[in-house]
Design a protein around this ligand. Structure first.
Ligand code: 13P
Ligand code: SF4
Length: 327
């Protein structure tokens, strides 16, 4: 059993009073945003400094809706590559800018399109449900997309006589199987960050904050999900925090989430879910975006996401099916 380091828990106490004033670079970002008639969309895992200058902060599903309906001249996407690609597919006439093109995702990487194509060829007739954390090329090969917020609903819509292949997250897939009772083939992918949460680390923090409910992301492993009072998408964590009678909540997901929670639910204390070696857990890809890179991206209108028209058309179909089924 690995040793648990003797770290202090990472705790964000209630947000008292007004938020600190914006820094010079944040003000510069807001001025450039107005000048460029841009919209800044940010995922819940972005650093607090970026979340505060974004027009919208949310989960993958909310960000997809925002990207689809945006009237801005330019979409600046503070998240990871597959999210910016999805924005481009949903709103292809707008330039979509990602402050750091290297902001990838281990889940997306765990399912290369060539491997999925080979698997489909060897196993014809499968209905492919792809978690949105995948490349545009994988989306092209899929029948419907889902996010952590709507995965259960999406799987429930699939005709009972179809055999489902769920890609690329085996943990989200296993959670959906349990919730729906629907058997699925699971691709053996996972999120490198969420699988770092362990039962022993969680049990330790639960002892330090007795009675605090635990909310966990479905990308966590089953043993960790089983310890949680609620398993849900990052957006639904905000709803859970608002509705919970508890004033202290343990949040088992990427640590940027705590900033969103603290702004939205300022009277509560949020405790980061720990790993065996760290009191909180950052996604190294999400954290590649910085305020400096965001400022430069607005200034230079780059780096831009580019996708061929055929890819956009083919990848849109399963995303559109998801949006239609999610209403
Ligand atoms: P959400 O859609 O729940 O925000 O999840 C996105 C993600 O990448 C989780 O690791
Ligand atoms: Fe991908 Fe995991 Fe990072 Fe989410 S937290 S973007 S699933 S690597």
């Amino acid at each position: 059993m690995p040793t648990i380091l003797n770290y202090e828990p990472f705790v964000l106490p209630p947000q008292r009073g007004v938020l600190p004033p914006l820094t010079a670079i944040q003000e510069e970002i807001l001025a450039l945003k107005r000048e460029r008639r841009a919209v800044i969309l940010a995922h819940n895992y972005q650093i607090e400094e970026i979340q505060r200058v974004a027009d919208y902060v949310g989960d993958s599903l909310g960000l997809s809706y925002q990207a689809a309906q945006s009237q801005a001249d330019m979409i600046v996407f503070c998240g990871v590559h597959f999210m910016a690609e999805t924005a481009k597919i949903l709103n292809p006439t707008k330039p979509v800018i990602l402050p750091d093109l290297e902001a990838g995702c281990s889940l997306s990487d765990s399912c290369p399109a060539s491997e999925l194509a080979a698997y489909k060829a060897a196993n014809p007739g499968l209905y492919v449900v792809a978690y949105i954390n995948c490349s545009a090329a994988v989306k092209e090969l899929s029948d419907v997309i889902c996010t952590s917020a709507n995965a259960v609903k999406i799987v429930e819509r699939i005709p009972a006589d179809r055999e489902i292949l769920f890609v690329p997250d085996q943990n989200l897939g296993a959670w959906v199987m349990k919730k729906t009772g629907r058997k699925m083939r699971l691709w053996a992918g996972s999120c490198y960050a969420h699988v770092l949460f362990t039962v022993q680390a969680l049990e330790k923090v639960k002892l330090q904050f007795p009675g605090a409910p635990v909310v966990a992301h479905p990308e966590c492993v089953e043993a960790v999900r089983d310890l949680a009072d609620e398993v849900c998408s990052t957006e639904l964590m905000v709803k859970f925090a608002r509705q919970s009678p508890a004033d202290r909540i343990i949040v088992v997901t990427e640590s940027g989430m705590l900033h969103r929670l603290r702004r939205e639910v300022p009277d509560k204390t949020f405790i980061a879910g720990p790993t065996d070696t760290c009191a909180c857990n950052d996604c190294k890809y999400m954290k590649l975006n910085t305020v400096e890179k965001l400022r430069d991206a607005l200034k230079h209108r780059a780096p831009e996401i580019t996708l061929g028209a055929d890819t956009i058309a083919r990848a849109l179909a399963p995303i559109q099916r998801m949006l239609d089924w999610s209403r």
